[in-house]
Design a protein around this ligand. Structure first.
Ligand code: T1G
Length: 683
């Protein structure tokens, strides 16, 4: 089947791209478009040309799977050159998401019309790139450099209305796009509208706007290369002629496409999509209809979980222990929505529609017709088992029973029911209505259709889901506790709170471990460890944490934790004293510790545990672990996740350091993963 077809409608040529699923500008598409445009340009009876796409969207960009391979001609810039040479009106008719190279193709046209629900955007920065087919030169000429900077550096698409307002779209419509495009083009010809090349336009701007934008971007795009390259390329559009600007853009693009950052970000792009591909579960696997949801527990997690489903237009019953507790939970949810309305993220009507879908209850019997129940009660095994016992008694036969537990053994929770196959873990990350990651945890008995249902639900609530088996902390928290262990031990051994945090912040984490603990509440982890036997974790590493909590230093919520917050953010002297006291208690000799050792121990603890999680079959593939740690804990996307980063460093090199740590700090935590040993040998 050809990916390009051409139809002549009287004096208009209609060139259609049909390359499912997203009409990516693959080599075949580029080749076909070049041939079609040359062909129809030569036809005397053709007076105008429309480019349109079949399927669900206009071209969604270059074919990302081609990156990293030798470029095949015609390249996208070759196609743009041909388009810029067309001397008949070229009209792009866009629907769906015209992104990246797709939007650049549209900007190479002389006129652009859009479906009212369509979007356009240049998301290349999300792949560690900049637009590489004229986007950084044409968009500023169309909408001005400042608006272009926002679109290109944010990578965020804009709606058809905004595109119209900005002067990108000439016409927006509802109804049949092709008919509209033909009518629009006929009018162009009737009115003898000229060929209107964007490359003929010019744009200029004060240099200050680029300096100001760079300063504004420092914090937001810390560590990333692409946004700053984009600023340079847009700046070039105001200083150089179009031809030289294109050359500048091309050079920058080439640097980025071969960079480790772009390879890492492209890896995550595909990894996030691959996570939903579970062996034995595919489009044909039956899943259960989930029309309504119940959440048990109206704490901050329960409320956040409920909001996900309310936002997806699903009725939610939130069960609390009393009417008062229920009212307080409803207030929490309303406060969250009110804050989104105040920030202009949603309208009053959207909030009203969501709240209308919410029912508060304090009676389990109200859940008897519920399709899916998610418990988000106190992180205590006995309490969770009591909840599941009750649910088992009242829920209808094919209901799904889910737990939001972060650590606990879900196989054990399931023993409280007579329907183990219907029990699954749905582990959300706080704040649950914002964090994009969902860990789906299958027990030894979870039915395949229950897993398939969970993945379908994740798509519906716009979460990226990763499948995990049952172990303490599943993938995310098990790995994070290893990183936390090393941070705690480094503090005892002589590193300072600020040093450990600075090193990992400079590595690219959103914040250091101790800052994160203060934000989340140090007491959460302390309470979780109280239920653990002391051979399950390194008591020394978390002794300062426990002592701080015992003295009321729980983190930001109490004003003091590892840091104090009464006068800016400074290390809490009490925490530093406790580090000395605990080092003495555990006879740990303190020493000067290098930044290099801090980074190696924190990162390689993640890597080693990640390979252990893989070899135990808890995670299905390395890329799943990368998705969990990038989306769950903000591992820098330009490093691709712990496992991708380990391969970037070299597994042999990683293994050697891990063996040195085992030598120095003992095998208990540093015994190298056998899978890592195997893979390092094969490297
Ligand atoms: N290339 C190759 N495959 C792509 C693709 C692309 N651009 N976009 C999507 N896919 C695959 C994806 O891997 C998945 O495959 C399937 O399509 C459905 O995707 C020169 C250099 C368009 C908003 O960054 O944002 O142009 O898993 O599950 O949720 O300047 O896909 O089914 O095998 O995401 O409906 C710029 C990336 C490229 C857009 C649709 N464009 N794509 O979302 O479906 S660089 C992008 C998306 C570029 C130029 C530069 C989304 C989507 P599989 P999906 P979706």
């Amino acid at each position: 089947m050809s990916v390009i077809s051409t139809e002549i409608n009287e004096n208009i040529a209609i060139v259609t791209v049909d390359n499912p699923p997203v009409n990516a500008l693959s080599h075949a598409v580029r080749n076909g478009l070049c041939d079609a445009l040359k062909d129809v340009s030569d036809k005397e009876d053709v007076q105008a040309i429309i480019i349109i796409c079949a399927g669900r969207t206009f071209c969604a960009g270059a074919d990302i799977s081609e990156f990293g391979k030798p470029p095949l001609t015609p390249t996208l810039p070759d196609l743009m050159d041909i388009m810029d040479g067309v001397s008949k009106p070229l009209v792009a008719a866009m629907h769906g998401t015209a992104l990246g190279g797709g939007f650049e193709v549209a900007m190479c046209c002389h006129y652009r019309i859009m479906d009212i629900n369509g979007k356009v955007g240049l998301p290349e920065v999300n792949l560690g790139l900049i637009p590489g087919a004229g986007g950084t030169q044409r968009l500023p000429r169309l909408i001005g450099p400042e608006a272009a900077l926002d679109m290109i550096c944010s990578g965020k698409p804009i709606t058809a209305k905004s595109a119209m307002d900005l002067g990108i779209a000439d016409h927006v419509r509802e109804g049949n796009l092709l008919e509209t495009a033909i009518d629009f083009t006929r009018n162009l010809l009737k009115d003898k509208k000229p060929v209107r090349r964007v490359s003929d336009l010019t744009c200029d701007a004060d240099n200050e706007i680029f300096e100001a934008y760079k300063t504004k971007s420092e914090r937001k795009f810390r560590g990333f290369l692409a946004p700053f390259a984009a600023i340079e390329a847009v700046k070039a559009s105001t200083e150089l002629c179009f031809k030289d600007g294109i050359k500048f853009e091309r050079e920058k693009f080439k640097e980025l496409v071969s960079s480790s950052q772009s390879k890492a970000q492209r890896h995550l792009f595909f990894a996030e999509r691959a996570a939903a591909k579970v062996p034995g579960i595919d489009k044909n696997t039956a899943s259960r209809d989930i029309e309504n949801v119940a959440v048990i527990g109206g704490g901050i997690m329960g409320c956040g979980i409920a909001i996900n489903f309310l936002n997806a237009g699903m009725p939610v019953t939130l069960l609390e222990i009393s009417a008062e507790a229920g009212a307080s939970a409803k207030q929490k949810i309303e406060d969250i929505y009110n804050s989104s309305v105040a920030k202009g993220r949603i309208s009053e009507e959207q909030m009203a529609r969501a709240i209308d879908l919410l029912t508060i209850s304090d009676c389990y019997d109200d859940l008897s017709a519920t399709d899916l129940v998610i418990e988000a009660v106190y992180e205590d095994m006995d309490i969770k088992k009591q909840v599941f016992e009750k649910l088992d008694q009242i829920l209808k036969p094919d209901a799904i029973l889910a737990t939001n537990t972060s650590f606990l053994d879900i196989d054990e929770i399931a023993t409280a029911t007579n329907r183990k196959g219907d029990v699954i873990g749905l582990h959300f990350f706080s704040p649950a209505h914002i964090m994009p990651l969902l860990e789906i945890i299958r027990t030894g008995n979870t039915e395949g259709d229950v897993i398939a249902t969970a993945f379908a639900l994740a798509r519906k609530i716009k979460k990226t889901a990763v499948l995990s088996g049952v172990c303490y902390g599943f993938i995310a928290n098990r790995m994070s506790s290893c990183y936390g262990r090393e941070a705690g031990l480094l503090l005892m051994e002589g590193a300072t709170i600020e040093q450990v945090d600075r090193v990992m912040y400079d590595f690219g984490m959103p914040m250091g471990m101790f800052s994160m603990l203060d934000m989340a509440g140090i007491d959460i982890g302390v309470m979780a460890r109280e239920n653990l036997s002391t051979d399950a974790y390194d008591e020394r590493a978390f002794s300062v944490h426990a002592a701080l909590v015992a003295e009321g230093h729980k983190g930001q919520k109490t004003g003091t934790g590892f840091y104090r917050y009464d006068d800016g953010k400074k290390p809490n002297p009490r925490a530093e004293e406790l580090a000395l006291e605990m080092a003495k208690k555990y006879s740990i000799t303190r020493r000067e510790i290098s930044d290099r050792e801090i980074e190696d121990r924190c990162v390689l603890a993640l890597v080693n545990e990640g390979y252990k999680i893989l070899e135990e079959g808890i995670a299905m593939k390395e890329s799943d672990i990368d998705v969990v740690y990038a989306l769950g804990f903000g591992f820098p996307r330009y490093k691709g996740g712990p496992m991708h980063y380990a391969r970037h460093l070299g597994l042999k090199k990683c293994l050697k350091k891990i063996e040195e740590f085992a030598e120095k700090h003992g095998e208990r935590w540093w015994s190298p993963s056998s899978l890592l040993i195997k893979l390092a040998k094969e490297e």
